[in-house]
Design a protein around this ligand. Structure first.
Ligand SMILES: [Mn+2]
Length: 287
């Protein structure tokens, strides 16, 4: 059995990596991280190769997050809008490829922050499955996998739970489509974190460790022992990435509803979070 890698989301440090702050990769490596989640939406296409080279030099694995923004509506009743969102996702796939990224994850099955005031319809579910199947087939040529991240009820209404997400994965039925689970969303939507994680089994491609308030992991009330016991149970050997939004830009903050500082600073969150995740991973013999 392999070992898990501990990663960190770039949002802990910045909403956009550019020439001025690309040293956040060195900082993360120095702390001990082996991986970083890159914001695929905000990364400039021209700068992707620079980030890729830097990551290769540091022997760093990159993954890519990119929730569907407003205006890109994969479950719209209008065909043209659905097609536009598919084209947008194809472009993100090409960008992931430029970055050397194999995982494109996030709230990608619907539009973040867009609601109808009602629950999802069968038609919306079908539109999402159909669109994602098209993108998944396109992504195969680039060696990119799609990871659906069930997100809480305040961020979308189509997929809130692991059960919803597994239904979607089965409906799409492509080998390069799986799940990203996140303890922050699960804490709101799941009754039993251990059972939910175990139910994802081999469909689990990526994992976000978030405290219940999205602050430093280990300082709140997420049942971490249940989480890591479950990861051990399914022999999870991929990446466990810390996600937070300490220094996020305002546009992103409004989608994830972060209105206060969640830790004394990015570096402290990264260091203390790493220490905690490493120690609990070792406790459950995951590394
Ligand atoms: Mn997440």
């Amino acid at each position: 059995m392999g070992k898990i890698k501990i990663g960190i989301h770039q949002h802990v440090f910045t909403s956009k990596i550019n020439e001025q702050n690309i040293s956040v990769l060195d900082l993360a490596k120095d702390i001990g991280f082996d991986s970083m989640d890159i914001n695929l939406r905000n990364t400039d296409f021209d700068f992707a190769k620079v980030i890729r080279k830097k990551a290769e030099k540091l022997n760093f694995v990159l993954t890519g997050g990119g929730s569907l923004p407003k205006g890109k509506e994969i479950i719209s009743s209008e065909k043209q809008k659905r097609e536009e969102s598919i084209e947008y996702m194809k472009e993100i796939v090409r960008k992931a490829f430029e970055l050397g990224i194999e995982l494109y994850h996030g709230l990608i099955y619907a539009t973040a922050g867009v609601f109808t005031g009602e629950g999802p319809t069968n038609e919306e579910f079908e539109y999402s499955a159909e669109g994602l199947k098209t993108v998944a087939n396109y992504a195969k040529k680039y060696g990119v996998h799609l990871c659906l991240e069930p997100a809480n009820r305040y961020e979308n209404y189509l997929i809130n739970t692991v059960e919803d997400a597994l239904k979607m994965v089965n409906a799409i039925n492509e080998p390069n489509v799986g799940l990203l689970l996140d303890t922050y969303h699960m804490n709101i939507e799941e009754k039993d974190m251990y059972k939910s994680i175990v139910s994802a089994k081999d469909n689990l491609f990526h994992f976000h460790v978030n405290e219940n308030d999205r602050g430093i992991p280990g300082t709140g009330h997420i049942p971490w022992d249940d989480v890591f016991k479950a990861l051990k149970e399914i022999n999870y050997d991929k990446i466990v990435a810390i996600e937070s939004f300490v220094d996020s830009s305002i546009d992103l903050a409004s989608v994830v509803a972060v209105w206060r500082r969640l830790s004394p600073g990015a570096e402290i969150l990264a260091k203390d979070g790493y220490k905690f995740i490493k120690s609990i991973s070792e406790k459950y013999k995951l590394m």
